[in-house]
Design a protein around this ligand. Structure first.
Ligand code: NAD
Length: 264
C-alpha cells in the first residue's frame, strides 16, 4: 500500500458501523499510514465503534454529540490529552427526522429545519473551529455532501437545503483558513446503503436509478469515497480547497435517462 498519510494524524467523526462512509475513509487513510482517532455519537454506538477502531490500531475513541457545544469541547480536550497537533478531520455526520425525508419539502417543520441545519451544517463549522487551533502545521478538513444540494432529488427535502448550506460553508471556510495552509473540501457521494440512507424514502429505487443512469453504470462504494478522500486529505490534494468533488460514478453530468436503462 501507499504511505501518502505517513506521519499524519486525524480525527474521524461519524462512524456508526462497517457500512458507514466514515469506515471506508478510515480504512483507506489507515492503509496509507495515517494515525486515527474516532468520535462516536452515544453509548449505543460505542460498542460498534470500539472494535472497528481497534482493527485500525486506534486507541483514541471519544464520545461527541455534535448538537452540544460542551460535548464538542470535551472531544477536543480529550484529543489534546493524546495529541498536540492535528493534520486532518473527517466530518461524516448528518441528521434529519426521517418523517420529513418523504412527502413534500414545503411541509418541513421549523423545528426539524433548525435541527437538520444544526447537526448537518453547523456542526462542521463548529468542529473546524476547534480543529483549526490544533492544525499548527496546516491541515485539511473534509465533509460529506450529496447531489440533492444542487438538484431536486426525490424525498431528500430538507437535507438538500442543508447540504446546499454545507457546501457554501465549505467555500467560506476555505477562504478563512487558506492563509494558514488549512484546506476545506467536500465529497459529493452517490447513494450508498448506510444507516443514515435507510431513513430516506424509496432509497432502493434511487440506488437502481443511479446504477442504470450514471456514466459508469454502477453505484459507488465506501472504498471509492475513501480513495477520493485520500486524495483530498493527503498532499496529492495540496492545490485543492473549497471544492465539492463528485464521487458518484459521474451521475451529476447526466441530463436525461440513459437510452439503455431498463425500467425499474
Ligand atoms: P451513517 O449512518 O453510517 O453515518 C451517519 C453518522 O452521523 C452516524 O455515525 C451518526 O452517529 C452520526 N450523527 C448523527 N447525528 C449526530 C450527532 N448529533 N452527533 C454526532 N454524530 C451524529 O451514514 P452515512 O451514509 O455514512 O453518512 C455519513 C455522511 O455522508 C452524512 O453526512 C450523509 O449525509 C453523507 N452522505 C451519504 C450518502 C449515502 O447515500 N449514504 C450520500 C452522500 C452523502
Amino acid at each position: 500500500s501507499n504511505q501518502l498519510m505517513a506521519g499524519k494524524r486525524g480525527l474521524i467523526m461519524g462512524l456508526a458501523n462497517d457500512k458507514s462512509i466514515a469506515w471506508g475513509i478510515a480504512r483507506t487513510l489507515s492503509d496509507a499510514g495515517a494515525e486515527l482517532a474516532f468520535s462516536y455519537q452515544g453509548d449505543a454506538l460505542k460498542r460498534r465503534v470500539d472494535p472497528l477502531a481497534a482493527q485500525l490500531g486506534s486507541e483514541i475513541v471519544l464520545p461527541c454529540d455534535v448538537s452540544d457545544e460542551a460535548s464538542i469541547d470535551a472531544l477536543f480536550d480529550g484529543l489534546k490529552q493524546h495529541w498536540d497537533s492535528l493534520d486532518f478531520i473527517v466530518h461524516a455526520i448528518g441528521f434529519s427526522d426521517k418523517k420529513e425525508l418523504r412527502g413534500r419539502y414545503v411541509d418541513t417543520s421549523r423545528a426539524n429545519f433548525a435541527m437538520s441545519m444544526d447537526i448537518s451544517v453547523y456542526s462542521f463549522t463548529a468542529v473546524v473551529q476547534r480543529a483549526e487551533k490544533m492544525m499548527t502545521n496546516g491541515g485539511a478538513a473534509l465533509t460529506m455532501t450529496y447531489y440533492g444540494a444542487e438538484r431536486v432529488m426525490p424525498h431528500y427535502n430538507v437535507m438538500g437545503v442543508a447540504k446546499a448550506a454545507l457546501e457554501a460553508s465549505v467555500r467560506y471556510m476555505a477562504e478563512d483558513l487558506g492563509k494558514d495552509g488549512i484546506r476545506v473540501n467536500a465529497i459529493s457521494a452517490g447513494p450508498i446503503k448506510t444507516l443514515a440512507a435507510s431513513g430516506i424514502g424509496d432509497f432502493r429505487y434511487i440506488m437502481k436509478w443511479n446504477e442504470y443512469n450514471s456514466p459508469l453504470r454502477r453505484n459507488v462504494t465506501i472504498d471509492d469515497v475513501g480513495n477520493s478522500a485520500l486524495y483530498l486529505l493527503s498532499d496529492l490534494g495540496a492545490g485543492t480547497t473549497g471544492e465539492v468533488l463528485h464521487v458518484d460514478a459521474g451521475y451529476h453530468v447526466v441530463g436525461m435517462k440513459a437510452v439503455d436503462a431498463p425500467d425499474i
